[in-house]
Design a protein around this ligand. Structure first.
Ligand code: ASP
Length: 336
């Protein structure tokens, strides 16, 4: 009798474990950001606050629908980023910041944690959704990164949707450029912050874990206001602003020059993989070290066990998270 009960208890415990494992396998997580910077309640209108939250929710819904249907993390991060690229409130795709010459030059990268396949573009000018161009580079070019006119030509050859310069340009970003030009005339020193007088980033990104447990990361940006000489930031550089492997996925936003030097996205994932640091601890530590160099900003990070982290040292970061079976949440300010 004792033996039979013992066997039954073991069988039940096994079923519970298996049930737990299969329930976990069904789980998915999607984390997004829409940029970190001087985003404060006093500076936001209620309309803008509402528009940003609606866009973040729309991006979570688009990526979440992919994951809920059993789709891949890679498809989900692309879907979420495309929504934010099309929204003029963010510095990516439509609504990208201007270069010193008054043009829009876009950077994007995507990485599949399953295989470490990656694709990136920098300084592209005519693809409506640069994240999809990055994915085309990954899947169909035989390369990892294409830049400028060559990347634009590849986009046309691949039949990606093209957009005229007016699509990307918004009056608000033009005003930011004018403020930047005025500051230049007043002889403000060139620094990472002088690039953008508002220090208001707006890069967009997503990291996801799909129901098969695979991870992916994607980031898209217009860079920084007043950039010159073909300047490229961290967003399209694999390991700096964007990274995914089997353990961890990261998308960053912030003062790109510093994020490049710290190799922020890869550094966070390396600490998780090699030291077993919890992802929030790894993200906070690398963020602190980057700030010590002089670079502020934020990251989103996600691990294969579904743990996620937001880490930013700016007053705010547009951000959101969705999980299977739970209500999506979005936030803007540091105290939310
Ligand atoms: N990291 C981006 C760049 O340096 C800027 C941003 O996050 O808004 O290009």
């Amino acid at each position: 009798m004792r033996h039979a009960l013992g066997t039954m208890a073991i069988a039940m415990a096994m079923m519970a474990t298996l049930g737990g494992a299969s329930a976990r396998a069904q789980e998915w997580t999607l984390v997004i950001h829409g940029g970190a910077g001087v985003i404060e309640r006093e500076r936001m209108t209620p309309e803008r606050d509402a528009a940003v939250r609606a866009a973040l929710n729309a991006a979570l819904a688009a990526g979440g629908a992919v994951l809920d249907g059993g789709g891949s993390a890679l498809d989900a991060v692309e879907a979420a980023v495309r929504v934010l690229e099309d929204d003029p409130n963010f510095n990516a795709g439509r609504g990208a910041v201007f270069t010193a010459d008054g043009t829009n030059e876009l950077d994007a990268a995507i990485m599949d944690g399953r295989s470490r396949a990656a694709g990136a573009v920098a300084g592209v000018t005519a693809t409506r959704n640069p994240i999809s161009l990055a994915r085309a580079v990954m899947e169909r070019s035989g390369h990892v990164m294409l830049i400028g006119a060559g990347a634009d030509a590849f986009s046309r050859a691949e039949g990606l949707e093209q957009a005229a310069p007016e699509w990307f340009a918004t009056p608000e970003r033009r005003e930011q450029l004018e403020r930047w030009r005025a500051a230049q005339q007043q002889g403000q020193r060139q620094s990472a912050l002088a690039f953008d007088p508002d220090h208001k980033f707006g890069t967009v990104g997503a990291v996801a874990r799909d129901s098969a447990g695979n991870l992916a990361a994607a980031t898209s940006t217009g860079g920084v206001t007043g950039k010159r000489w073909g300047r490229v930031g961290d967003a399209p550089l694999i390991g700096a602003g964007t990274f995914a492997d089997a353990t961890c996925a990261v998308s960053a936003t912030g003062a790109g020059e510093f994020y490049i030097r710290m190799n922020v996205a890869h550094e966070i994932c390396a600490r998780v993989r090699l030291s077993g640091d919890p992802v929030q601890q790894a993200a906070d530590a690398v963020q602190a070290e980057t700030l010590q160099l002089g670079g502020s900003g934020g990251v989103i990070a996600l691990t294969a066990d579904g743990a996620h982290a937001f880490s930013f040292n700016t007053p705010g970061m547009y951000r959101g998270v969705a999980r299977r079976g739970a209500a999506a949440t979005v936030a803007i300010y540091g105290d939310e």
